[in-house]
Design a protein around this ligand. Sequence first.
Ligand code: F6P
Length: 319
Amino acid sequence: VKSIAVLTSGGDSQGMNAAVRAVVRSALYHGLEVFAVQRGYQGLINDDIRPMDLRSVGDIIQRGGTILQTARCKEFLTPEGQQKGADNLRKRGIDGLVVIGGDGSYQGANKLSKLGIRTMGLPGTIDNDIPFTDFTIGFDTAVSIVVDAINKLRDTMTSHERSSVVEVMGRHCGDIALYAGLASGAEAILVPEVELDVHDVADRMSDNFRHGKRHSIILVAEGAGTGEDIAAQITARNGIEPRVTVLGHIQRGGAPTHNDRILASRLGDFAVRKLIEGDSGKALGLVNNELVATDINTVVNTKKPFNMNLYDLAMRLSQ
Ligand code: F6P
């Protein structure tokens, strides 16, 4: 390849900017021409593509969001949309594309690679729902935000001897709830991957209060129910009225942690090197601290396994 482009797609995540910076700077270092596509696949269809230089990615490694902006683009799900995108790249002589995004973005990259564009996918999502990588870019920051929020909630819950239900993001994947729950000593963690009877959670809560516990934190991934709903079920069972906090999009903003910046930098550089080698149709990740490239087709057709060991540990330690 002589010329590549980079885009961010789907829900944004902290560290996307660090990944864009790494792709651009690594491409320039290796003597490639590099372009940015604005607003994800929508920009690809609309031909919103501009050349990048060293300075276009200055002062962004520490910023949340994505300077390239992002979109969830329905038109790109159609063969016509995909063809238009591929044509817009080709007419500029761009033969490689790095897509930074989640599952939906990988599906698009897969299609483009079948149309002959060399593609590399980088896992950019707070959800940590992409298989063949231990972590996705943004997950570490999102978990830190949740843990920080729970620290604050705990102060006031303890003063009042109250219970808190905290709803976090994750429609299909409970990793944010799991990691934040383990890191903050949550009493129960409700995730889409594990069946849990809310009555048991409520009974345990009243037992714990009877035995001297002064606060209780219940974490709910949005895919396992709404915070309001879970709190209502708890009240109906044990009469305790938990306060509900929905952290929402706060989890997707703010400066990325050093872990996310380093992950993004390593994967962005790896993507460029894989394209230079002539590889295509790969989703990149870090497994046991090793950079790995997996067929994007395999990645989009595999569900990330849930870490039951961590879940059991969290439950054992939160008596
Ligand atoms: O995929 C990332 C994510 O933040 C999910 O955790 C959440 O369910 C969804 O995006 C929210 O989407 P939107 O920003 O479109 O409301």
